[in-house]
Design a protein around this ligand. Structure first.
Ligand code: FES
Length: 112
């Protein structure tokens, strides 16, 4: 089973973590299943950017992003060439190293 390494994030995962997951699940679902509470304001339907993650290792193993995902990513905070919406990126057989950006654009949260 592929291993996902999550780099430390000050609020979501201060120590970082590592776990194995079945291929075929989205990165967001794999994270949430392992208590890494990445934001997912739209319910994982590719309509926000709060689940943005940076795939530091294994990026090329992921099926490519669709046009809608690319359009949304353009609005994400801290976009990099290896950014994905974690709800749309499906884990294959390769290990991944994932970084959760320090900030996300969550208008609902900011409006509190
Ligand atoms: S949870 Fe909204 S785009 Fe992934």
């Amino acid at each position: 089973m592929p291993k996902i390494t999550v780099l430390p994030h000050p609020e979501i995962c201060p120590e970082g973590t590592e776990f194995e997951t079945a291929p075929g699940v989205s990165i967001a679902d794999a994270l949430l299943d392992h208590h890494v509470d990445i934001e997912h304001a739209c319910g994982k339907v590719a309509a926000c950017t709060t689940c943005h993650c940076i795939v530091r290792k294994g990026y090329n193993s992921l099926p490519p992003a669709g046009d809608n995902e690319e359009d949304l990513l353009d609005r994400a905070w801290g976009l990099t060439p290896v950014s994905r919406l974690s709800c749309q990126a499906i884990v294959q057989n390769e290990d991944l190293t994932v970084e959760i950006p320090k900030y996300s654009i969550n208008y609902a949260k900011e409006g509190k």
